[in-house]
Design a protein around this ligand. Structure first.
Ligand code: F0G
Length: 457
């Protein structure tokens, strides 16, 4: 068997700049130890997110030139509709400017004060949109997901016992839908199996609850199903995607991930009444229903991006690169969420920095150390991101503290991966010297991790 190689060659490059340790120490202190506050030229390899940071193909750049900028009835909308319909099978499409906008529009129709939305570790903006409406997100992810060393092929799965308990505890009218996030970002880019998706559908049918997908990384999820689930090996990614979506009533999408574009999102669904209501909110919040906050050319590039992202060769190279980095860290003895997820390597900060107290934010501390070491920017997925409990205002300490190293799509080479691994090794070698973290000096009411200011503890 030959090793995988990227199914593309590079036609355009963007220079990035190295800096010195001394420069970085000053910059991160000026940034109040919040990596979101760093200007991008102060970062050498940017692993803050895989969202909107990927490279478009020549076919997508070509499509940009053909965008139809008509306010209503744009041809680019039709192209996007065809592309979405082919992959998902859903009848109705509402474009939005990004994923959280799709959540805002759809949840404006579906989620009310006091509602309960069960799912598998809701993403932070998703939870934000639920809690903003005074509703509650209940995490029903399987327990295996929180044991980072345990190997399980589908750590994004929903625990059916936990889910049924929610269905039995609350009346049907209080549960607008169950939300399945594919792949599950918060638990480490971990996939949900087709079997689990189908079982959630069946259980939800029994209680009369609709099922929606948060589909930002649906194609990566389909790749894992093809690789890991019995009987799926000979199917195409597009066939698997179609089946996944057949078990849902609809989806929200952040096109900045598996849409392979830099901005965009959409809602796709089957129910006409919900579509009508959501159309009104789209018009208020986003724009007319055939552009929803996007330019025609954005939609044209997205139509092509969705097609490319659901091709096996692309997914194999993308996910193998993430795995290539993850395997190097595992060989070095660095604790990471296993198996390696689709879009990122999640470093287990509680194990990496056991001397830093939870109240001093070990994952944030590690993210700052990695930046200082090598100019690599990751992101904290831990207690800062988890926010305070909306009622008690106490800090919430999640079961895990991760530094997420998210790999942008088609952007960095495996030399960059080697550099990242070497940098982490250097920090790992001096981990025992790192014993104090950070304290919050300023934070916002909700979604504090974007703007939080920190001081050395
Ligand atoms: N759902 C999931 C699972 C996500 O990961 C994101 C974004 C969203 C919804 C919201 O989409 O950014 O287009 O508004 N995740 C990014 C990340 C920001 O870094 O993981 P958006």
């Amino acid at each position: 068997k030959l090793p995988y190689a990227e199914p593309y060659r590079i036609k355009m490059v963007e220079p990035i700049r190295q800096s010195t340790k001394e420069e970085r120490e000053n910059w991160i202190s000026e940034a109040h130890y919040n990596l979101f506050n760093l200007e991008s030229d102060k970062v050498f390899i940017d692993l803050l997110t895989d969202s909107g940071t990927g490279a478009m193909s020549d076919r997508q750049w070509g499509a940009l030139m053909t965008g139809d900028e008509s306010y209503a009835g744009s041809r680019s909308f039709q192209e996007l509709y065809q592309s979405v319909n082919k992959i998902t099978g859903y009848r109705y499409l509402l474009p939005t400017h990004q994923g959280r906008a799709a959540e805002n529009v759809l949840f404006s129709v579906l989620v009310k004060d006091g509602d309960i939305v069960p799912g598998n570790s809701h993403f932070d903006t998703t939870k934000g949109h639920i809690e903003f409406r005074k509703a509650h997100a209940i995490d029903c992810t399987i327990d295996e997901a929180f044991d980072t060393e345990l190997i399980h092929p589908f750590k994004g799965n929903i625990d059916l016992v936990k889910l049924e308990k929610v269905y039995q505890t609350y009346p049907k009218e209080k549960i607008p839908f169950c939300l399945i996030t594919i792949t599950c970002n918060t638990s480490g880019g971990q996939p949900v199996s087709l079997e689990n998706i189908k079982a959630v559908r069946d259980l939800s049918n029994k209680y009369g609850i609709p099922v929606y997908f948060d589909s930002a990384r649906f194609a990566e999820n389909a790749y894992f199903i093809k690789q890991r689930e019995d009987g799926q090996q000979n199917r195409t990614i597009k066939e698997i995607c179609k089946e996944i979506f057949s078990y849902g009533d609809g989806m929200t999408m952040s096109s900045k991930k598996d849409g392979l574009v830099n901005i965009g999102g959409f809602i796709a669904l089957n129910n006409e009444e919900i579509f009508r209501k959501a159309s009104n909110f789209t018009i208020i919040y986003e724009g007319f229903i055939t552009y929803g906050g996007l330019s025609g050319r954005d939609m044209a590039a997205l139509a092509v991006g969705l097609d490319e992202a659901t091709e096996f060769g692309y997914l194999e190279s993308r996910i193998s690169q993430v795995e290539y980095l993850g395997n190097q860290l595992i060989e070095m003895g660095i604790p990471v969420q296993r198996p390696i997820g689709g879009h990122a390597v999640f470093v287990d900060a509680l194990k990496f920095l056991p001397n830093v107290k939870r109240e001093e934010f070990p994952a944030q501390t590690l993210a700052v150390e990695i930046y200082k070491e090598a100019g690599i920017r990751g992101v904290e997925i831990g207690a800062i991101l988890a926010d305070r409990d909306p009622e008690t205002r106490e800090n919430r300490y999640p079961k895990t503290e991760f530094v997420r190293l998210a790999i942008p799509r088609r952007t960095y080479t495996n030399n960059h991966m080697d550099y990242i691994a070497a940098a982490l090794k250097n920090v790992f070698d001096r981990r025992n010297e790192i014993s104090s973290g950070y304290k919050i000096s300023w934070e916002s009411e909700i979604m504090r991790h974007f703007t939080v200011k920190l001081d050395k503890a």
